[in-house]
Design a protein around this ligand. Sequence first.
Ligand SMILES: [Zn+2]
Length: 266
Amino acid sequence: MGEVEPLGHWSRDCPLCGRDNRALAEGEFSTVGWILKTCERCAMVYVESGDARRPPPGREASRFTRLRLRFALRKDFPTLVEVWAKPGAVLDMACGDGTRWDELSPAFVPFGIEADAERAAMAHGRFAARGGTCLNASLFGGLTAFVDRTCTAVVMRSCLAREMDPLAVLREAHRVLQPGGVVLVKTPNFASLNRLALGRRWCGLRPYEHLNHFTPATLRKMAEKAGFRAHYGLTYTLPTSDSMYVVLKKEGGESRAPRSCGGGCC
Ligand SMILES: [Zn+2]
């Protein structure tokens, strides 16, 4: 199964190690119809089963959360691409209308995958002007359309947490990357202080959208299974932030880690 099909009830084994955890008690953050588990074997936190006919009620972010997000340390992806990737094709998973790449250096050609047809068409117009394209497809299905070793970077901004089979997506990304290519990931950090402090009120707990709750440790394990080495910059996993940034590097080719990285932070 590649993606969530919002048609009814579904369940799955651990997306990291494949263990069947149905016999385990459900986690404390479960809601009606949406069962969270912490895998007994690998500690991956994930939505084991859900019922799309019974989504949890929507919650508006609290005033405190909105204020905190406004002043959070943010990183923009065009800058991350220039820092970490060699010039070439950059593939953005769930690229929206593509506006986030308007400032991308001319050394890179933007490509995208977007499930929404209207936004995909807008992104395609932007990317085609620079030699790229945008596919209107599911993330996994779109990835399979790319031939081997064609991209220098794949961007996964807030999409890996939503995938039914994130390991399969990472393996496909590994296939389409050139040797030395990178996946730039932004995803909610289940080990963040905010999650520990806010508990059930944490903004990252959205079972209907977020099916995989990564920590730096479980994301590293999954990345290694897909063939990558995970790099965590000094400011990429701040415990005070709700999200973490991770650079997953494919072996081979020339390294383009920033000097400030120096290897000590990775
Ligand atoms: Zn597991």
